[in-house]
Design a protein around this ligand. Structure first.
Ligand code: SF4
Length: 296
């Protein structure tokens, strides 16, 4: 997911979706952004895991209805649980582990999405599947994308691209927009920031372009970590190589997720890092613009 917007994802401000309790333990108290839909689930953990595997059940942190973030128009953004990365600046570390999510029927999520069809049509919005990393649960994502396209709803995923290989050609055919988090241009910095390799993200960006899927690149400017000018230029170069990239968002690092790291007992390495200055953010944006990219 993007770590970039100032909204703290999934705290349920607008969510009304509350699934029936599942047998898998959840560290997250109920009712934060998951209310309103019945969801019958099996008692056995093994049965539940199988249903998650087939995509009929999804492990979800929360969902919310938002405007002007996560894609065009008013959107229903669903935050899936589980992520293969460990970004130093993640502002939702409680989405990293799939077991911390709530298990919900994918059909219930689809029902909820269909209720907003008119709002989506009126605002040019749609559904955005975020996380965590939505491609940790590709079968559920595929079902939702298919249902959305069948109903004429605009679709987006918000991903690091690290698991892009799990996105099938059929899923790409059902995808209108990918919010692709390019966390660094230099491989060593990418590894430092995420604990993972950059190559899968680059490969996924190229695959999105070949499939004709529109891409919005997101880059988080973290002083002392990702703000090396050559690193930014390399991100810009990679973004410019994605022929379907229509927009770049440079987002300043912030400290809004810090308390969650403490609550989870996880070591937070960026405690002393200040947000970048407005001038530094603008300078970074200029680098992207020099590569011909529409940048915000
Ligand atoms: S750890 Fe995962 S959810 Fe957190 S910022 Fe990184 S990619 Fe997003």
């Amino acid at each position: 997911m993007s770590t970039t917007d100032l909204r703290v994802a999934g705290d349920g401000v607008t969510g009304e979706y509350r699934p029936a309790p599942a047998s898998v333990p959840s560290a997250r108290p109920q009712g934060q952004g998951l209310t309103g839909v019945e969801s019958e689930l099996p008692d056995s953990r093994r049965d539940l895991v199988n249903l998650v595997r087939t995509g009929s059940v999804a492990s979800v942190h929360s969902w919310e209805l938002v405007t002007a973030v996560d894609g065009p128009g008013t959107r229903m953004t669903v935050f899936f649980s589980g992520c293969p990365l460990r970004c130093l600046y993640c502002h939702n570390p409680d989405t990293m582990e799939m077991r911390r999510g709530e298990q919900v029927q994918t059909a219930s999520l689809i029902d909820r999405m269909l209720r907003y069809r008119r709002i989506f049509a009126r605002t040019g919005g749609g559904i955005t599947l975020s996380g965590g990393e939505p491609l940790m649960q590709p079968k559920a994502v595929a079902r939702i994308l298919r249902a959305a396209k069948t109903a004429g709803i605009h679709t987006a995923i918000d991903t690091s691209g690290n698991l892009g290989w799990r996105c099938t050609d059929e899923m790409l055919a059902d995808l209108d927009l990918c919010l692709l988090d390019l966390k660094s241009g230099h491989r060593s910095t990418y590894q430092q920031v995420t604990g993972a390799r950059l190559e899968p993200t680059v490969a996924f960006g190229q695959r999105l372009a070949r499939a004709g899927v529109e891409v919005w690149v997101r880059f988080v400017l973290v002083p002392g970590v990702t703000d090396d000018l050559e690193n930014i230029a390399e991100v810009a170069r990679l973004a410019a190589q994605i022929s379907t990239c229509t927009r770049v968002e440079v987002l300043p690092f912030h400290q809004m997720g810090r308390d969650k790291w403490d609550e989870l007992g996880m070591e937070y390495q960026l405690a002393e890092v200040e947000p970048p200055s407005a001038a530094a953010v603008e300078s970074a944006r200029q680098i992207f613009r020099q590569h011909g990219l529409t940048t915000y």
